[in-house]
Design a protein around this ligand. Structure first.
Ligand code: MG
Length: 368
């Protein structure tokens, strides 16, 4: 089987809440997502999606996905989409870095592999654990009262795990954490995600200020060494996210006992192939994971669901249903949240079919 055509579509994904705010005054109102189609000479077409969290979160930006694909795609035409490791080797040989550019092609080729095998992607990623898996809800940064109100209303929808966007003024962040914990039950899990927003001394003030609270601390500061310093001064469960850039960080973090949980974002690793490698390594090391991506619509949500559902539940701390945050449906067959939980599709491949009218005309179309 050979890849004969690669297309990309730009879609806007507005948010139900109007905007999503996190540390440093950063926010997004409409997500700019890229849906990638990979066609083959045997009639199968696979789909992928890449959606950076704006240009200021990771070293990734939406139009960079398309610019990168224009550069990369001609080198991938003619490759076998079923040979995922070899395909990734080829992508890395012809384009250094830029893992997020490669993610959409890799996801689409997993979709093709699943269709060719007649199996859902989660089976090919290791197997489906249980009927469904647990989700978290990200709570946009706001006043302590507003965030507590938001958590209470999402809890009423079935969520039991919450990730607060803190990383602002230390005193306000302490109030945010206290106010939200006050509306939760003992079995609920609360994560305070500073998104690199605290300096070392502010992080130290916050962890002391919430010492009696059951809360996880996520990515307090900008660098690995700063986070490790905070980690060594706290007994709160500790999560690393932004600075986890690949296998090397995971190996170093495991050796330093730098975290209890890591966030595996598919596009940051370069697709399902490499995110699966990271997932399996973390499970072997006893490190729990949030399996997700930077953002996205129905196609990304399906890819997340297949990776999350094939993760041993004791190591799956949480996952994400991004398609419930956005107002537009771009594919049929995508998984949907039920009571704060979700399940990967059971049909072959990713199990999603893009709604072509929602995608519009391709912004990139490369074939041979
Ligand atoms: Mg995070």
């Amino acid at each position: 089987m050979r890849i004969t055509r690669i297309t990309a579509y730009q879609v806007d994904l507005p948010l139900h809440e109007g905007s999503y705010k996190w540390s440093g005054g950063k926010s997004v109102t409409v997500f700019d997502s890229t849906v990638v189609g990979v066609e083959t000479d045997e009639g199968l077409t696979g789909w992928g999606e890449v959606c950076p969290l704006g240009p200021a979160y990771l070293a990734a930006y939406a139009s960079g996905v398309r610019a990168g694909l224009a550069e990369l795609a001609p080198h991938i035409i003619g490759e076998n989409p079923l040979e995922l490791a070899k395909l990734n080797h080829r992508m890395d040989a012809v384009m250094k870095g830029h893992p997020y550019v490669k993610s959409g092609i890799d996801i689409a080729c997993w979709d093709i592999l699943g269709q060719a095998a007649g199996q859902p992607v989660c089976t090919l990623l290791g197997g489906r654990y249980g009927e469904d898996f647990i989700l978290y809800r990200a709570i946009s940064q706001d006043s302590p009262e507003a965030m507590a109100h938001s958590v209470a209303s999402y809890r009423a929808e079935g969520y039991r795990r919450f990730q607060l966007k803190v990383g602002g003024d230390a005193n306000t962040d302490i109030e945010r954490i206290r106010a939200v914990r006050g509306v939760l039950q003992p079995d609920d899990r609360l994560v305070a995600d500073a998104n690199t927003g605290w300096t070392l001394h502010e992080a130290m003030r916050v962890i002391r200020g919430v010492r009696d609270i059951d809360v996880y601390i996520e990515q307090p500061c900008a660098t690995y060494d700063e986070c490790l310093s905070v980690r060594r001064h706290t007994d709160h469960p500790f999560v690393l996210d932004e600075i986890v850039e690949g296998i090397e960080t995971l190996v170093r973090g495991a050796a330093d006992s730098a975290m209890d949980v890591v966030n595996i974002k598919i596009s940051k690793f370069g697709g399902l192939t490499k995110a699966r490698q990271a997932r399996d390594l973390c499970a072997s090391l006893g490190i729990a994971m949030t399996i997700e991506d930077s953002w996205g619509g129905d196609v990304v949500t399906a890819a997340i669901a297949h990776l999350a559902h094939s993760t041993p539940p004791e190591f799956l701390f949480t996952s994400t249903d991004f398609n419930s945050y956005v107002t537009r449906t771009i594919a049929t067959g995508a998984p949907r949240r039920v009571n704060g939980r979700m399940a990967a599709p059971t049909t072959p491949g990713l199990g999603v079919k893009p709604i072509m009218e929602a995608l519009g005309s391709p912004v990139l179309d490369i074939s041979r």
